[in-house]
Design a protein around this ligand. Structure first.
Ligand code: UDP
Ligand code: MG
Length: 320
């Protein structure tokens, strides 16, 4: 069997400080793996420029000119990490046998790729990179991340604990994945749904080499919310359950009021009335909010807009 062609797929958003450093590390990894006879020498590093406002795309183009192992595609505007990664993977899948997705900031241990490729050569089609320690993340990030993974699993979305988007996927898996057409994507939750033989590889997450995280709390919450609502309808079911409980309680309350009234103990209950009205109002607004969120998702999905638009490739010399 021919050696597999590997594509390392790397979404980049405003990474001009990081790229010159990490690009060399990725190239070296490809060279080492090829020298060890594990992958083909035709393997490539594919950068996806996610509508960066700095010189990221110029750097990618320069890298591609300097070394044939570098390639790049540029999205027409910023679409976010998940869409950029999808764009890269879908571009790569027709050009290679196996992909590894990784962030460009050097936080994920590049050397874990050796074990990933070994697992692939052993027949695994998906290999999840799992952080064994999160010592470099803040306590807050660790705490919220942990809560999030537990919540997701409880909601029935079987995501791999402490796995982000550092992952090996064969092009066969990506061909199947291409059939998942939803617009709201949360890759780490969707990939396990495709199936195929999979395993995990453990590594320690390091500090960002340079630049700053693009995932402030607001984006983290948005990603978590998208993850939950695009993978689980449990919140809607819980609302139904809550509705039933509240209805039963209200019914008992009404019965109680009627009995009290009939037996002459008329209720002078201003306080209880106000409490009840407020409580009901709160519950109803909450429920409407969650249902509205799902309806919003349905609305977005029915439009079926493209998830990313590639405006340029480094290999077709398209005009800038
Ligand atoms: N990224 C992207 N588009 C965005 C935000 C981030 O392509 O809108 C890329 C970014 O360049 C990096 C990866 O996604 O390669 C992860 O982002 P970051 O390191 O900022 O997130 P963190 O590691 O802090 O979760
Ligand atoms: Mg990072």
């Amino acid at each position: 069997m021919d050696k597999p062609v590997l594509y390392i797929v790397i979404p980049c958003y405003n990474e001009q400080e990081v790229l010159p450093i990490t690009s060399g590390l990725f190239l070296q990894k490809i060279r080492d793996l090829a020298a060890a006879g594990k992958i083909s020498g035709d393997s490539r590093v594919l950068f996806v420029n996610d509508g960066s406002r700095d010189d990221t795309w110029q750097i990618i183009q320069r890298l591609a000119e300097e070394d044939e192992h570098f390639e790049g595609v540029s999205l027409s505007r910023n679409r976010g990490h998940q869409n950029a990664l999808l764009g890269g993977l879908m571009t790569a899948k027709d050009r290679c046998d196996v992909t590894i997705s990784i962030d460009c900031d050097g936080q994920d241990d590049i050397d874990a790729m050796d074990a990933m490729i070994d697992a692939y050569l052993d027949g695994c089609e998906v290999v999840y990179g799992v952080r064994s320690k999160r010592a470099t993340d803040t306590f807050f990030k660790r705490f919220t991340a942990e809560g999030f993974y537990h919540l997701m699993n409880w909601l029935g979305a079987g995501i791999v604990f402490n796995h982000a988007d550092y992952r090996l996927m064969s092009s066969r898996v990506l061909d199947e994945f291409a059939n998942y057409k939803e617009v709201n994507i949360f890759l780490r939750g969707m990939v396990p749904l495709v199936g195929f033989k999979s395993t995990s590889v453990y590594y320690e997450r390091a500090e960002r080499i340079a630049g700053e995280s693009h995932y402030p709390l607001k984006k983290m919450l948005a990603l978590a919310f998208d993850g939950i609502t695009s993978l689980s309808v449990k919140p809607i079911r819980m609302i139904t359950g809550l509705g039933v409980v509240v209805s039963v309680l209200s019914f008992i309350g009404v019965l109680w009021a009627i009995i009290a009234a009939l037996s002459g103990h008329a209720v002078a209950g201003w306080a209880s009335t106000v409490c009840m009205v407020c409580f009901m109002g709160g519950v109803q607004l909450l429920c409407l909010g969650v249902i509205g969120e799902y309806i919003g998702k349905i609305y977005m999905e029915t439009k079926a807009r493209p998830r990313y638009i590639i405006s340029e490739h480094t290999w077709d010399g398209a005009e800038k």
